[in-house]
Design a protein around this ligand. Structure first.
Ligand SMILES: NC(=O)c1ccc[n+]([C@@H]2O[C@H](COP(=O)([O-])OP(=O)(O)OC[C@H]3O[C@@H](n4cnc5c(N)ncnc54)[C@H](O)[C@@H]3O)[C@@H](O)[C@H]2O)c1
Ligand SMILES: N[C@H](CO)Cc1c[nH]c[nH+]1
Length: 905
């Protein structure tokens, strides 16, 4: 809900300010800011005693704790519901708490300047027992809650919104029972912001610089050009309705809370009610309904309240004229009864009692009325029997109320005095120890204990992350063979799973893609593809991200361009026999960018750059969409840089099938490249073997893996970080450590680091599984280590050993099988994963024995040609004919023989 604020600092407020107060107070609660100059008795007290508003008063800072405490007492006794005290004050927090403890907590609130979440939570925890509300003042200039939570939010906006929401939720969790109000000083409010804050149980403070009145009336919607929000619209933003006509049921009551009838409201009518300060509703048949416009039975609006679940509101009004009901009765529920009815009767009689009647005499003859009051009061004092007491009290009320009516005092005025009395407070002794509520103290202790237990649980639940440890000198040959291979994965089951997916896409095209994306990725797609060309740089990308992508991209282009040799090859193999070879790019390529557990703009570059450098004319990207059906801006930016034709918003086997066979919107491609999980790899193998697909693939690139060779010189911190960098990719990734001649302590230091760094990772849950699938092998020498690595054929090989600068050429000459090698303690694999220039799409699972990683050549093919002269055929022909005879292929022999006849006769 909103919480209007009015500044009454300084001397006497203007008429406009008083008017504003009267409008703001209709919303139920107002925060009035005063300073030491504000005349309390003349200005503040008359406002505070108004019965219907709940007034909070914001006090200034005081140099002295006693002065502050005296001022608090004065304001509270003047009728303020609560005082709001800015924190910190110029004196100590302990002293402030001591002063607070002398007042009831339900009369105090604290204003905190938000610096960071930790500090705010600490202050809230400290003051929780002594106050009943916190006003959190924040100076952010962008609030992630201004927009609705829709698909339109960018990844960055979603992230910021999530963080912000988490912070507010945590504050709410700590200050649970307290009212929370947020003052977003630099933000122009919107209805959406108020609704979003409501969901987080925060009220929004709105001072007069942010509030406007009657914006609807001027047909300007709910916000003015200078960013002020209409108070009625702001109030309505917190309301909800389940009615089909979207109106809010509105119970209309009088000053005593007696129901006059039921009406309906919407944002427009509420706005008008605030503007006119009268009962204005929305008639279901006639639109805006200004009550009393035709009947003269207008209603002075006193206050609007929302019920507990905010789907019904209550208008408290002062009803004039004949009443609320169209049948000319005061209420729609028939006649009044009790004291309310008595007041109405007495008011009527005061105006119209016949001359000479007893009532007329009572009103006119003050002495008679006093005597009756005294007489009935005495009789009430003497009465003992229950019925008699009630009888005499009724007499006292009758004559007292007559006196009130004769002097223009209403029941509402009497209630107002009763309320004021209930607001008077007695301060606890000044030197009392800080007041501690035993119930809250016990709750606090319990909460602390719970926190300690939870911290213990977190500590205990830390993942083990220990490495299975083998010694090369003691393991058997069989054991060694097992380590050289990867954990066996049954391809049968996966093939069974992907075949129907591929068939479905082949048969049903885009419809199947949409259905499978909803099933496996939980995303409902409107369109299967985003069509290029991608001409824009997505606005949500920061400059740093753009610069990082640009640097990585340029390095990849340099390294992949160097691999391109576009010149034809000419060799004269035998005099007159001229052989040649020509390079051609593969026309249409499909690049699969994984996206199941992490979005990989880097893979988009590592596939896209060689395809672009090779000159492929049609590049189609495929990647799983985000939950809102969109594609991350980083991938869109790379799509622009490689001039991709389109992006298919799908992952898994369905994406591979779409690229292989084509659909209504996805063009069929000639080659599919890119890594992926087991479904992606199985689908690539399937389509490659299906002649009707006529498509090739790059290689079986599966779960990421790294093998780190480290000796005693390698820093345990670096070794652990490198092992974890691949372990975090997926549960089936493998990280192998080959440790050269390490002592137990040195080995343990690496293990400890893996545990420490692993537990701190946001993807610890994934890394835990891959480390459990991994192992360490302890060897004596570098040669032994490289021998094992050649047998294992890792995707990535890191060699972090002493004196690498001098030994690197010798070492690399011994490496036979590896996707990519990283030499020395500063050459972390992450550089190759992103930006150094080498390609990160590499063969895994031991395929580095026979496959290369992705390179420019992956997107090229070669055409050979030959030109044989007469002399050439003379030189080569006899050998060809002899070989054809060996194979009994006479037609082959004859094709040479018919020519040789002409040449040699
Ligand atoms: N070797 C390399 O060069 C390299 C590079 C980057 C990533 N990788 C590897 O790629 C892999 C990426 O895997 P990922 O899962 O994160 O993303 P992914 O894009 O490969 O797979 C996600 C898709 O799998 C499909 N899927 C999920 N569960 C399914 C089920 N039960 N049945 C059918 N389909 C299902 C979904 O459609 C989803 O879109 C990781 O193993 C990572 O290590 C390798
Ligand atoms: N290490 C992966 C290849 O196995 C590539 C990658 C992408 N993002 C980070 N790393």
């Amino acid at each position: 809900m909103i919480f209007p604020k009015l500044n009454l600092c300084g001397s006497t407020p203007s008429e406009d300010e008083v008017n504003l107060y009267q409008t703001y107070s209709l919303s139920g609660s107002v925060l009035i800011e005063i300073d030491k100059e504000t005349p309390v008795k003349e200005v503040l007290t008359p406002i505070l005693v108004a019965k219907f508003a709940t007034n909070w008063v914001q006090l200034p800072n005081f140099e002295n704790a006693d002065e502050l405490s005296d001022f608090m007492l004065k304001i509270l006794d003047s009728g303020a519901s609560k005082v709001a005290i800015p924190y910190p004050q110029p004196f100590s927090t302990d002293l402030l708490i001591e002063k607070f403890s002398q007042f009831p907590d339900d009369r105090l609130s604290l204003i905190i300047n938000y610096k960071n979440q930790k500090e705010t939570l600490d202050i809230i925890n400290q003051f929780n027992p002594y106050v009943s509300a916190f006003i959190i003042k924040s100076n952010v200039d962008v609030c992630p809650l201004l927009k609705p939570n829709t698909k339109a939010l960018s990844q960055k906006e979603n992230f910021e919104r999530e963080i912000y929401t988490k912070e507010l939720t945590q504050i709410h969790a700590v200050a649970k029972k307290h009212k929370l109000i947020i003052d977003l000083v630099k933000i122009n409010p919107t209805c959406q912001l108020i609704t979003n804050l409501d969901e987080l149980s925060f009220n929004l403070l709105l001072d007069s610089s942010k509030l406007a009145i009657g914006v609807y009336k001027n047909n300007k919607g709910d916000v003015t050009e200078d960013g002020k929000i209409d108070i009625g619209a702001a109030y309505s933003a917190s309301l909800i309705t389940d009615r089909p006509d979207n109106l809010y049921s509105t119970v209309v009551v009088d000053e005593q809370g007696v129901a006059l009838g039921l009406a309906y409201s919407d944002a427009e009518s509420i706005s008008e009610a605030f503007r006119t300060r009268q009962g204005v509703y929305k008639s279901r048949s006639r639109g805006l309904w200004y009550k009393g416009l035709t009947s003269n039975s207008v209603q002075q609006l006193l206050r609007i309240d929302a019920d507990c679940d905010k789907d019904t509101i209550r208008f408290t009004v002062h009803q004039t004229g004949t009443g609320f009901c169209h049948l000319n009765t005061r209420t729609c529920f028939g006649e009044d009864s009790g004291i309310t009815a008595l007041e109405a009767v007495l008011k009527k009689r005061f105006i119209s009692a016949p001359e000479g009647s007893y009532t007329k005499r009572l009103f006119n003859d003050e002495k008679l009325l006093h005597a009756k009051i005294m007489e009935e009061a005495a009789e009430l004092c003497e009465a003992t029997d229950k019925d008699e007491i009630a009888w005499e009290a009724a007499d006292v009320i009758f004559f007292s109320l007559s006196k009130c009516i004769a002097h223009g005092v209403t029941l509402s005025d009497i209630e107002s005095h009763l309320d004021r009395r209930s607001k008077k407070i007695t301060r606890r002794p000044g030197n009392a120890k800080p007041f501690r509520n035993p119930v809250e103290e016990a709750a606090k202790k319990e909460a602390e204990q719970k926190k300690a237990e939870e911290a213990k649980k977190v500590e205990e639940s830390k993942y083990d992350f220990s490495l299975k440890d083998f010694d090369a000198s003691t393991i058997s040959a069989e054991q060694r063979k097992v380590l050289e291979n990867r954990p066996i994965r049954s391809a049968d089951n996966i093939a069974k799973l992907v075949t129907p997916i591929i068939e479905n896409v082949r048969k049903n095209g885009d419809k199947a893609i949409k259905e499978l994306t909803e099933k496996f990725d939980g995303v409902k797609l409107d369109d299967v593809v985003i069509q290029g060309p991608f001409t824009e740089t997505p606005a949500e990308l920061s400059q740093e991200t753009v610069a990082a992508i640009d640097l990585a991209f340029d390095n990849l282009v340099k390294f992949h361009q160097a691999q391109l040799d576009p010149k034809p090859l000419h060799v004269e193999t035998t005099p007159g026999v001229n052989c040649s070879r020509y390079v051609r790019s593969i026309e249409k390529v499909g690049l699969y960018v994984p996206g199941g557990t992490a979005v990989l703009p880097s893979t988009t570059m590592h596939l896209g750059v060689p395809a672009m450098v090779a000159g492929c004319s049609e590049i189609v990207l495929a990647t799983p969409p985000r939950k809102d059906g969109s594609i991350v801006p980083e991938v869109l930016y790379v799509a622009k840089k490689i001039n991709a034709k389109m992006i298919v918003k799908a992952g898994g086997a369905q994406a591979i099938a779409a690229l292989a066979y084509g659909t209504e919107t996805v063009p069929k491609v000639d080659k599919i490249c890119g890594p992926g999980n087991q479904f992606v790899t199985a689908a690539k193998m399937f389509v490659q073997n299906d002649h009707s697909a006529l498509v090739s693939i790059d290689m079986p690139a599966g779960p990421s893996e790294v093998l780190v060779i480290a000796d005693a010189e390698a820093k345990p911190e670096y070794v652990a970080a490198d092992l974890l960098s691949q372990a975090e990719h997926g549960k089936d990734s493998q990280s192998v450590l080959v440790a050269i001649d390490l002592t137990d302590d040195q080995f343990k230091a690496i293990e400890e680091e893996v545990k420490k760094q692993g537990n701190a990772l946001p993807r610890a849950e994934i890394a835990k599984y891959s480390i459990a699938n991994s192992f360490a092998l302890r060897v004596k020498t570098l040669e032994e280590a490289i021998t094992f690595s050649n047998a294992y054929a890792p995707e990535h090989l890191i060699i972090n050993v002493a004196d690498i600068e001098n030994k690197k050429d010798e070492i690399i000459s011994k490496v036979e099988n590896a996707g990519s090698v990283f030499l020395g303690s500063y050459t972390t694999e992450s550089c190759g994963d992103y930006a150094s220039g080498t390609n990160h799409t590499l063969p895994t699972y031991g395929y580095a024995r026979m496959y290369s990683g992705t390179n420019t050549g992956s997107f090229l093919k070669h055409i050979t040609a030959q030109y044989i002269t007469k002399d050439g055929l003379k030189n080569l022909g006899p050998a060809v004919m002899r070989l054809a005879e060996c194979e009994s292929l006479d037609a082959h022999r004859n094709a040479v023989a018919v020519r040789m006849k002409d040449i040699v006769g």
